[in-house]
Write a protein that binds this ligand. Structure first.
Ligand code: MLT
Ligand code: ZN
Length: 457
């Protein structure tokens, strides 16, 4: 690494070699994966990103783009001594266009900052998840992040109206007009979204916003089984037009959250499964939810409209991640199942895990409305991949996807073939080769082996 050359581009203060700051940027959010980097380079503009990449390309220096580093498949952790390209200084919030309901923002803007910016104009950015305070727009575009509102508004890709990105050799592609009808060839925004930093570095995104509906209600519904939870959500989709979230937690996860954060259980009985539902609209939503739940004669319910109480109900679901992390670095297996197969999978997975790891504990929660379960396994060594193998194979055997919303990263690249055919993976390689022939961008992520580079040990 030519530190002086990089310092000439971004300024000496923004080539960070301090061991503590490097250490923080080279471990993933769960603590499962640790890497190393010679430096963090922190560009302050698209032009600086361009110059840094042109330099790295010329030198054959591999780069790992990084935003909030809240990803859960080690896609932003330099595990082979790559340079970290920290994009958080690209935090420009453009003016909201109320006519088109769009805004252009820098890659380093956090989701929370984008939410606040949109709210000031009576609008909302529909992508939301627990890591909103650190996760960046660039990272969420690069990973096509999902979150809690996918069932109504779709994943990040659906929100994208345009993109600015820097190619591996430093050239800039900018397509930010946000025209809804723009039928002029390949959809680069759609391609780069979900490419996990392997094809280009996202520097800005033009995103769609939705009306910030004033009436919001959140409910918890205790049910007797995961199978019942699936049926409840299917009915709610019909009966509640404004349904904006349908999440699942199980009794043991809820109990762990309550013990970890010293909280009272939200319902009076310990239901085997609890569905969290949220509805948003122009009419009062509590009644709509209550009527729908009455019509289904489900178990116990708790419904809240007051913001602090709504946040409290959400915290029982969102705090699963932090509570599980207190048990040691988990293996996080984010998967989708076809809805008819979900309950049977949820019942089978603990036994399948215990067969290969008798001391392991399995924690299940997720975005039930999307068929997306987060299978978390604790009590297994970080580098032991046997559990990952049996769970991902079970998912594939049930017709599911090995990654619902977290991406492939470096942790799941071995198993990409379970969800993608050889022909698809060949097409992926051809695209990678065309856009990054020297394999400078995130070379150890997504594809099973990096073209032009030896497979990592
Ligand atoms: C969530 O749904 O809470 C996130 O995907 C994070 C996680 O899976 O732990
Ligand atoms: Zn999730």
């Amino acid at each position: 690494m030519d530190r002086a050359a990089l310092a000439r581009i971004v300024g000496a203060d923004h080539v960070v070699v301090d061991p503590e700051r490097r250490a923080a940027a080279t471990v993933d959010w769960t603590g499962r994966v640790r890497g190393a980097t010679p430096a963090l380079v922190r560009p302050g503009s698209t032009a600086e990103v361009s110059a840094v990449l042109a330099h790295c390309h010329a030198e054959g220096l591999a780069v790992v783009p990084q935003g909030g580093n809240t990803g859960l498949v080690a896609g932003a952790v330099p595990q082979h001594g790559e340079l970290v390209l920290d994009l958080r200084r690209l935090d420009h919030l453009g003016p909201v266009d109320p006519l088109a309901r769009q805004v252009t923002v820098g890659a380093g803007v956090t989701l929370a900052a984008l939410h606040a910016h949109a709210a000031a104009h009576g609008l909302r950015y529909a992508v939301d998840f627990g890591a909103r305070d650190e996760a960046t727009v660039g990272g969420s575009v690069a990973t096509n992040a999902g979150g809690v509102h996918v069932l109504r508004w779709g994943t990040t890709r659906r929100q994208l109206a345009g993109i600015e990105a820097v190619l591996a050799d430093g050239r800039v592609v900018s397509h930010l007009a946000g025209l809804d009808k723009d039928n002029t060839g390949y959809d680069l925004a759609g391609l780069l979204c979900g490419s996990e930093g392997t094809l280009a570095v996202v520097t800005a995104a033009r995103v769609r916003l939705v009306p910030d509906e004033p009436e919001v209600a959140v409910g918890l519904v205790g049910v007797s089984s995961v199978a019942d939870a699936v049926v409840v959500v299917a009915h709610l989709r019909e009966l509640v037009p404004g349904l904006s979230a349908a999440e699942l937690v199980l009794a043991d996860g809820l109990d762990l959250v309550c013990r970890t954060f010293d909280r009272r259980p939200p319902l009076s009985a310990a239901w085997p499964a609890v569905v969290l539902v949220e509805a948003r609209g122009r009419e009062p939503q509590a009644e709509v939810l209550a009527d729908a739940l009455d019509a289904m004669a489900v178990g116990e319910t708790a419904v809240a409209v007051e913001p602090a109480r709504r946040a409290e109900l959400w915290s029982y679901r969102e705090d699963h991640t932090l509570a599980i992390n207190t048990l040691g670095p988990p293996h996080k297996l984010d998967v989708t199942l076809p809805l008819p197969a979900l309950a049977e999978f949820a019942a089978a997975v603990p036994d399948v895990v215990r067969e290969v790891a008798p001391d392991a504990e399995v924690w299940l929660f997720g975005h039930l409305g999307d068929g997306n379960l987060h299978v978390n396994v604790t009590g297994v060594a970080s580098d032991d991949e046997v559990v990952d193998d049996v769970v991902l194979r079970l998912v594939a055997a049930r017709g599911g996807s090995i990654s619902a919303e977290h991406g492939i990263g470096s942790l799941k690249r071995r198993w990409l073939h379970l969800s993608r055919s050889d022909v698809e993976i060949d097409a992926f390689r051809a695209i990678k080769q065309a856009l990054d022939p020297r394999s400078v961008l995130n070379p150890n992520v997504l594809l099973p082996t990096a073209p032009g580079r030896p497979a990592p040990a």
